[in-house]
Design a protein around this ligand. Structure first.
Ligand SMILES: Cc1cc2nc3c(=O)[nH]c(=O)nc-3n(C[C@H](O)[C@H](O)[C@H](O)COP(=O)(O)OP(=O)(O)OC[C@H]3O[C@@H](n4cnc5c(N)ncnc54)[C@H](O)[C@@H]3O)c2cc1C
Length: 344
């Protein structure tokens, strides 16, 4: 094996570097603060025949209990450059810090995405969204390092295949690119967007500003433990464990016949049904405990770690998925990324 690089460390615990607090150690670990460091690490790992797992804030990832036998490359790129209503942000910056900065500058477009943990570079991966906003609506460019050629290239939004919690980076090109920077175009002096009835109710009687919408979103998220808080054991999660399924109109009509009160939302390719409702109806309630893991007391979609293991979380997730499928004929899809010990 070639001589290790100065940035490389060995046998680093991964659990404290994730919001779920699960997973064994990384055989190798490198926090890269420049493109040159990233290129050197990728070249070294290729030479050593090791897989590489990219990591941001660790809020949407589940590492195996045995850990990771390759190199975990933490994206540590920093820098935020505003140019009027456009901002180019390095991938390692904190997402919520950026949202706060935009709100303070009177730039609309991301205020409903307040309180989402993680890094800027991860936002295009699953087209992060909440309360009726998605990053795809403000992204104008995604710069990436191609892990095969080591060249940096930029993609326009149309090239990113953005969809509901999906993009080319999570789909066809999974693990091919490292996002290095994202450019967002916001709306200077624009009005806040209030699309969700829950948010509208919370703000009723107020003339909403970007700041009051951010505060309202944070308050609503805290109530559901959807803001990371070390004092709140219900926030030891990856957020929603399952995606909201989108079903076609015919399947939905059949379901509505059986469950007239089923909640639903229009979606691009059919009807979106809240996964949390399906989970609860299938008999899995908030606060449920299975060994040392369970369901958050405040949100039926958040599986929480109460001192357990990744294996226990996956077993509970499989139990829930099977029960929902048996009850409704709908197979839930996992949202977080599962990283096996030896790579995928
Ligand atoms: C309490 C809580 C609430 C949440 N609420 C929401 C929500 O409302 N809406 C929502 O959409 N998500 C939500 N999430 C999920 C999560 O916060 C987002 O998906 C976030 O964007 C993940 O960022 P991260 O930096 O932590 O990514 P990580 O968990 O570190 O990585 C996730 C995936 O992205 C890849 N990745 C990360 N950075 C890069 C990069 N620079 N280049 C290439 N690949 C990269 C990783 O390899 C991995 O596959 C929530 C999570 C928690 C814990």
């Amino acid at each position: 094996m070639q001589k290790p690089l100065p940035v490389l460390r060995e046998h680093i615990p991964l659990a404290p570097r994730t919001t779920m607090g699960l997973g064994g150690p990384a055989r190798y670990w490198a926090e890269c603060a420049s493109l040159d460091e990233m290129r050197a690490c990728l070249t070294w790992a290729a030479g050593a025949g090791l897989p590489v797992q990219v990591l941001g804030g660790g809020s949407n990832v589940l590492f195996a209990d045995a850990g990771y036998s390759g190199l975990v490359l933490k994206v540590g790129l920093r820098g935020v450059v505003f140019n009027g209503a456009t901002v180019e942000v390095a991938a390692g910056e904190d997402w919520d810090g950026l949202v706060q900065c935009c709100v303070e500058r009177g730039l609309a477009g991301v205020e409903c995405l307040s309180g989402i943990p993680g890094s800027v570079g991860a936002t295009p991966i699953q087209n992060v969204g909440a309360y009726g906003q998605e990053v795809k609506d403000t992204i104008v460019a995604v710069r990436v390092l191609d892990r095969q050629t080591l060249a940096e290239v930029a993609f326009a939004p149309a090239e990113c295949d953005f969809a509901y919690r999906q993009s080319r980076f999570k789909g066809a090109d999974r693990d091919r690119f490292i996002v290095t920077a994202v450019t967002y175009r916001l709306d200077a002096g624009g009005q806040p967007q209030i699309r969700y009835p829950e948010l509208r109710r919370h703000l009723s009687g107020e003339h909403p500003t970007l700041a009051t919408v951010r505060d309202a979103v944070l308050a609503l998220r805290r109530r559901k433990s959807m803001v990371i808080d070390p004092q709140d054991p219900n926030s030891r999660s990856v957020g929603s464990f399952f995606l909201n399924p989108v079903i076609d109109a015919e399947a939905f009509a059949a379901l509505k016949g059986r469950y007239p009160r089923i909640p639903h939302f229009p979606a691009a390719a059919g009807v979106k049904v809240p996964a949390a409702w399906l989970v609860e109806q299938a008999g899995f309630h908030k606060g449920l405990q299975r060994g040392a893991v369970g369901i958050s007391q405040r949100h039926a979609l958040a599986l929480v770690n109460r001192g357990g293991t990744t294996r226990q979380v996956l077993a509970l997730a499989a139990e829930i998925r099977d029960a929902v499928e048996q009850t409704f004929g709908i197979r839930l899809e996992r949202e977080p990324v599962l990283v096996e010990e030896s790579g995928r």
